[in-house]
Design a protein around this ligand. Structure first.
Ligand code: 5AD
Ligand code: SF4
Length: 452
């Protein structure tokens, strides 16, 4: 059997796409390996969202080339594929700069991999045209064993691409226009996952709450409506979705947080900045106060909501006072977790052409201050759950013998002692301590809740 090594960078959708590639290559006779040096096929599934992404891929390809040469000297052939958003953005340039590469394939084209891999070695190919057909229709369904291997929590792509065109972001160019998958196809995949033991679905998409897929009734379904349907699937106990845009949090979606116990009280809703001028320059189409009011409305529907966000500091022209607006918004809203970045110009995006770029030193200083505040909020949130009783979805054995590890509704890792619970069960746990990255709990008696 031939072996494939897939390395994925960046977002959850790349993780999902890498799994689909592995499923597809399994039916071509490839088994997955975690060791690049024994792979007959190496796939780099790349990300283009932030700084020096392409340069990092080129330097990784340098290492891959050495490996390919070593294997060739030993009599083995290695095919090298660059997939993902750098493939989409760089295209032919990759073949020019990286002689080791055989195939460059975009995020919407990887269903063509089997035929691309069959081309003779002399024919190096680039496949990055946005196709008219739906790649999902050409991908094989994963086996039950493959699903089980990946655990009780699964990603499911429901939407791809983005039409928002935030001025800093490459996604609308690399992932293309927004497309929602039809409800029937999503349901089919969800049922299959549930049947193999999956308990938690995270619906993913670059702008997931813009979802507007065709329903089985011919009507256009929103994400709120889709969540209602998915919550009915036996075995599915938890639903999450990411990443959302504030402008697309409609009433139906907010109500789903109130009405559906399966929809977890956790929301990743990037705000990026707290300054109205910067938000406008970013083309975010909302103000800081609109975001604050939106959060109030969602918290009214789900008072336990834990909130997460992305932030960019040092967007071109950002003044000290505008950065302070971001700090103020963070203090006002309160975040349980977050991701924050220094602005980096992405070639081809409007913000990259703005002349007043912020210096590296100022960006670094602002990022440190923001991250300090966000880290304090994260720790405070985690410590706030000590003493509470939380449902924990068991994902794997814990670090030490006799321990189990799982996730709280707020996506916090939780460890506790148990020798009588199995992966996939949801157990009521009293939180007794908070470490820097996970919580510690003890089984709460009575009220243990077995898998449905
Ligand atoms: N510079 C810095 N951060 C960026 N992000 C997207 N583009 C850029 C950029 N050019 C961040 C945003 C987004 C997250 C996925 O990455 O915060 O929400
Ligand atoms: Fe990029 Fe998200 Fe803005 Fe779309 S909504 S352009 S993916 S930051």
């Amino acid at each position: 059997m031939k072996k494939v090594f897939v390395k994925s960078y960046g977002c959850q959708m790349n993780v999902y796409d890498a799994e689909r590639m592995a499923d597809m290559l399994a039916s071509e006779g490839y088994s997955e390996t975690k060791a690049m040096e024994e792979a007959d096929l190496v796939i780099l599934n790349t990300c283009h969202i932030r700084e020096k992404a392409a340069e990092k891929v080129y330097s990784e390809l340098g290492r891959v080339r050495e490996l390919k040469n070593e294997r060739e000297a030993a009599g083995y052939e290695t095919k090298v594929v660059v997939a993902g958003c750098v493939a989409q953005a760089e295209g032919k340039e990759i073949l020019r700069r990286a002689p080791a590469v055989d195939v460059v394939v975009g995020p919407q084209n990887y269903h063509n991999l089997p035929s691309l891999l069959k081309k003779p070695r002399s024919e190096r190919v680039v496949d990055t045209e946005f196709p008219v057909e739906d790649k999902f229709d050409h991908l094989p369904k994963p086996s039950k064993a493959a699903i089980r291997n990946r655990g009780v929590s699964a990603f499911l792509t429901i939407q791809e691409g983005c039409d928002k065109f935030c001025t800093f972001c490459v996604v609308p160019y690399t992932r293309g226009a927004e497309v929602s998958r039809p409800v029937a196809k999503i349901l089919d995949e969800a049922l299959r996952l549930a049947d193999a033991g999956v308990r938690e679905l995270t619906l993913i998409g670059q702008n997931v709450n813009a979802y507007h897929g065709e329903g089985p009734d011919g009507a256009v379904w929103s994400l709120g409506r889709l969540l209602h349907r998915l919550a009915e699937i036996p075995g599915i106990a938890r639903l999450r979705y990411m990443t959302s845009h504030p402008r697309d949090m409609d009433d139906e979606l907010i109500a789903a947080h109130r009405d559906l116990p399966a929809v977890m009280p956790y929301l990743h809703l990037p705000v990026q900045s707290g300054s109205d001028r910067i938000l406008d320059a970013m083309n975010r189409r909302h103000t800081g106060d609109e975001y604050r009011r939106l959060i109030e409305r969602i918290r009214k529907a789900q008072p336990n909501l834990a909130l997460s966000s992305d932030f960019i500091v040092g967007f071109p022209g950002e003044t000290d006072a505008e950065f302070e607006d971001t700090m103020r918004l963070v203090s006002d809203v309160g975040f349980a977790s977050s991701f924050s970045f220094k602005y980096s110009p992405r070639p081809g995006t409007p913000a990259a052409d703005i002349e007043t770029q912020v210096s590296e030193a100022v960006k670094a200083e602002r990022l440190a201050r923001l991250q300090n505040l966000l880290e304090m909020q994260r720790q405070a949130f985690n410590h706030g759950t000590v003493g509470q009783t939380l449902d924990v979805l068991l994902e794997k054995p814990g670090r030490h013998p006799g321990q189990m590890a799982g996730k709280s509704p707020y996506l916090q890792p939780v460890q506790f002692e148990s020798d009588r619970h199995a992966v996939g069960e949801i157990v009521t746990v009293r939180i007794i301590g908070a470490g820097s990255n996970s919580l510690f709990g003890e089984i709460s008696e009575p009220g243990n809740q077995a898998a449905a």
